[in-house]
Design a protein around this ligand. Structure first.
Ligand code: ADP
Ligand code: MG
Length: 329
């Protein structure tokens, strides 16, 4: 009997970063603590006795000292590796600026690619091709991070492939060194944008996509039923403060902080997906969700790593991130 396709829940992980040097120098208090593998607690004696909710539980929570390698192995490795079996997947980092999104996603991307290459070496019975692309979405404009020409890319609806980013550079990934080379090109491209507009990285989303295609060697070059193709996406989102106003009326909005359409739409899409895909899902309302539609929901596998600052001065944004995380689970 055929199994009905599994509708996967979104895996929600929470990662607390340690206080940084600046915060320590400023005598900041660290108010959050992971009390076990799944629960994070708000510990502020000044607030005790108030009705401020204090314990939040998720699939996994990781304390500040936990290395990225462990977050990857424990939380996201299995999802990332499902790409070699033909299953689309997405791994997001969500959190306020400076909470550790880039730190976390950079490590996870590198570990995942290393494991994908390992898998390929161990499975000589199949022929694999791995393609790498990287884009940035800033103010609903899409930029190719592998090209320096700076023009914005368009989305196109392809009858077979769905929504594609037209003319995005795709490099066939040769090996680990090639990956490092491409990642440093992306980083340099992101930096160029950053000097032009100094809070760009807090406003933009970065999507690194690996597309893995494989076929049985005996069928190489022929049309056959054993060809598998899927993508894994590593998404470093804009700072979650860009969605805060709509998430919580109580949040003060910094001057000039404008709402990010892709981030807001992603929030709505994720909330709907987590409730079991009932009714219409508004994937088409933003560039980010249009691009990621095939890699969200349905048979696709999704993990969201919500990154948190422990600092007392960040408590409102930290709480907003946790509320988002609660909606996603
Ligand atoms: P974001 O991308 O969310 O704005 P970053 O990833 O740039 O934040 O992190 C801000 C700073 O904190 C960086 O200097 C980074 O190295 C450091 N950091 C973030 N997470 C951790 C962590 N888990 N352990 C140690 N340092 C971290
Ligand atoms: Mg960042």
């Amino acid at each position: 009997m055929e199994k009905t396709p599994r509708e996967e829940k979104i895996l929600v992980l929470v990662r607390l970063r340690p206080l940084n040097e600046k915060e320590i120098a400023a005598n900041e208090a660290a108010d959050w603590e992971c009390i076990n593998d799944t629960t994070i607690l708000y510990r502020n004696t000044l607030r005790e006795g108030s009705n401020f909710p204090s314990a939040y539980s998720f699939d996994k929570v990781y304390r500040g000292e936990c290395p990225t390698r462990e977050v990857y192995e424990d939380g996201t490795k299995e999802i990332a590796l499902s790409v070699v079996k033909g299953i689309n997947c997405s791994i997001f980092a969500y959190g306020q600026t400076s909470s550790g999104k880039t730190y976390t996603m950079t490590g996870i991307t590198e570990f995942a690619v290393a494991d994908i290459f390992d898998y390929i070496f161990q499975h000589e019975e199949r022929a694999f091709a791995v393609k790498f692309s990287a884009i940035e979405i800033y103010n609903e404009a899409i930029r190719d991070l592998l090209s320096s020409d700076g023009t914005s890319l368009r989305l196109r609806d392809d009858p077979e492939k769905g929504t594609i980013v037209d003319k995005a550079t795709e490099e066939t990934l040769r090996d680990w060194n090639h990956l490092k080379e491409l990642l440093s090109i992306c980083e340099a491209q992101r930096k160029i944008g950053e000097t032009a507009l100094n809070d760009r990285s807090s406003r933009s989303h970065q999507i690194i996509r690996l597309t893995v295609e494989s076929s049985g060697r005996e069928f190489l070059g022929k049309e056959n039923s054993t060809t598998l193709m899927a993508s894994v996406n590593f998404i470093d989102l804009a700072g979650s403060e860009r969605a805060s106003q709509a998430m919580s009326a109580g949040t003060r909005l910094k001057e000039g902080c404008h709402i990010n359409r892709s981030l807001l739409t992603l929030g709505t899409v994720i909330r709907k997906l987590s409730k079991g895909r009932q009714g219409h899902i508004n994937f088409r309302d933003s560039k980010l969700t249009r691009i990621l539609q095939p890699c969200l929901g349905g048979n696709a596998r999704t993990a969201i790593i919500c990154t948190l600052s422990p600092a007392r001065s960040h408590v409102e944004l930290t709480r907003n991130t946790l509320l988002f995380a609660c909606c996603a689970k």
